[in-house]
Write a protein that binds this ligand. Structure first.
Ligand code: ZN
Length: 70
């Protein structure tokens, strides 16, 4: 009984850390590839880059969108 509880606790603790590192890896790869780390001028959060249908940066927090001029 006690062993089962221990295992559950361990798994719970492990999950968020793995998830966080996964997200961080994707982000850092994205930024270093060719995009600059852009911050939302409205709320200061990191903006997501989208290629389609047009190149733009979009803030996930306040939905602010900055279109990329070529
Ligand atoms: Zn924002």
């Amino acid at each position: 009984m006690s062993e089962e509880k221990k295992e559950e606790k361990k798994e719970k603790k492990k999950a968020p850390a793995a998830r966080l590192s996964k997200v961080y890896e994707i982000d850092s790869a994205k930024w270093t590839l060719k995009f600059r780390n852009r911050k939302c001028p409205r709320c200061g959060n990191i903006m997501a880059y989208h290629k389609n249908p047009v190149k733009r940066y979009t803030c996930g927090s306040c939905s602010y969108t900055d279109f990329v001029k070529e």
